[in-house]
Write a protein of this length. Structure first.
Length: 432
């Protein structure tokens, strides 16, 4: 009788109708597949049950988070080789049931063999790191608070380990030979220069995280800054930093939804890595709110991840792994749609800068931090949560590198009655 790995190798190639791009190691220690490639380790046959029950990314993710699947070798190489080989239904969805990959009887027979190899049915429940069942209206204030808590209230010590001393959780701005800290400092300064901050101005940071931007803006540019976040843990951390720098008279951090802010107008508004949580149905209202909070002539810097447009936008679906384990209810939009909605709200968009390659470098730096301090990361969270982050950040780095997603800084102005934008004739003078 052939080994488990040999049987899996043969079945996988029949199901995929393509050569298997990785070497396999099964739960019985047997191996099969091309030598010299990363090894996909299937530690337990439960992983097969998860894949058969939820074909596609979610089944793979559940097995990965549970520790039933692992990769030996270069994770980026392995993920790149696996891209395009996830099992789906004939209609392209990744719902329950066996993958209807083809009408070929041999494929259906291979699926039945895999089901027999998978062991007792059904699969175990999802890992506890999966987001709890969500209730209430999507993107309501209460549901958004719960979604943000799932992602950001993992523990400040864990985020320090991954992000480094800057505690900036968004795309850095790299130069050749620079460190992550250099790149994050340069990104904060780039935002401040695009906003043309001056002493005494009021800055609003929507989704302020651990306070890095409001601190930089107050310390280096003399503004009075307000940051809002929905994460209690972030707010506690940010307030401590503000006190340590002696800036409590000029910097305030609130636990508050952007829809609840009533103390405008502000001279400048930054929204960095926050708009991805807003949702397509709420985005125009988000843009309207920021327009209302900004003084005429004031600038908005909207820093946001973008997806590529779909041929059929009505068929767009949120990534199931990201939705279940990383950013519940998060949504990406094409940059063109973002620009259009900002202009519909009354903004004049003056500059769009893509930082796609910069985010890939940032994510690789975060993954390196996590892998270098893996035992501490597991101790601070859980093995499953650390595995979520490793997979999410590595896969995201590849997505940016391969142009499947992008990230853009959109600079917009709320035009005054005179129509003057206040920008220099050569607007990218902020680049130095």
């Amino acid at each position: 009788m052939s080994s488990a790995a040999a049987r899996l190798h043969s079945l996988a190639e029949r199901l995929l109708d393509a050569p298997l791009p990785l070497r396999l190691r099964a739960w019985d220690g047997s191996e099969s597949g091309p030598p010299g490639t990363p090894v996909l380790v299937i530690r337990h046959r439960r992983a097969l049950r998860r894949l058969l029950w939820r074909p596609g990314e979610l089944g793979l993710a559940r097995a990965w988070v549970a520790g039933e699947l692992d990769v030996e070798g270069d994770l980026y190489d392995a993920l790149g080789r696996l891209a395009g080989h996830l099992w789906e239904r004939e209609d392209g969805s990744a719902g329950r049931g066996l993958p209807a990959l083809a009408r070929d009887p041999d494929v259906r027979h291979a699926a039945r063999e895999l089901l027999a190899l998978a062991g007792p049915w059904p699969p175990p429940p999802p890992p506890r790191e999966e987001a709890r069942r969500r209730t209430g209206l999507r993107h309501s204030l209460l549901r958004d608070r719960s979604a943000i808590s799932h992602h950001y209230d993992v523990g400040n010590d864990f985020y320090e380990l991954v992000l480094g001393p800057s505690m900036v959780y968004s795309c850095a701005y790299w130069q050749e030979g620079g460190t992550l800290e250099d790149a994050q400092r340069d990104k904060l300064e780039l935002i401040c220069r695009k906003l043309a901050l001056r002493p005494g101005q009021r800055l609003l940071d929507v989704g302020c995280g651990w306070g890095s931007l409001v601190l930089h803006a107050a310390r280096e540019h003399g503004v009075r800054a307000v940051g809002v976040t929905l994460s209690q843990e972030q707010a506690v951390y940010a307030r401590k930093r503000i006190a340590e720098e002696g800036l409590t008279d000029r910097v305030e951090v609130r636990v508050q939804d952007y829809r609840e802010i009533v103390d405008g107008p502000y001279d400048a508004i930054a929204s960095v890595g926050m708009a991805e949580h807003v949702g397509a149905v709420r985005y125009r209202a988000y843009a309207d709110t920021l327009h209302r909070l900004l003084t005429p002539g004031g600038r908005l810097l909207n820093h946001q991840i973008a997806r590529r447009p779909e041929p059929d936008e009505e068929a767009y679906e949120v990534d199931p792994f990201i939705d279940a384990y990383v950013f519940p209810d998060g949504e990406l939009a094409p940059v063109g749609r973002t620009v259009a909605l900002l202009e519909e709200a009354g903004f004049e968009v003056r500059d769009v800068e893509s930082l796609r390659e910069h985010y890939a470098l940032t994510l690789r730096a975060w993954v390196a931090n996590l892998q270098r301090q893996w035992p501490a990361a597991v101790r601070l969270t859980s093995p499953g949560r650390a595995r979520v982050w490793r997979l999410y950040m590595a896969a995201s780095a590849l997505a940016f590198e391969r142009n499947r997603i992008g990230v853009n800084q959109v600079l917009a102005v709320r035009p005054p009655a005179s129509g003057a934008s206040g920008l220099p004739l050569r607007p990218r003078e902020w680049q130095g």
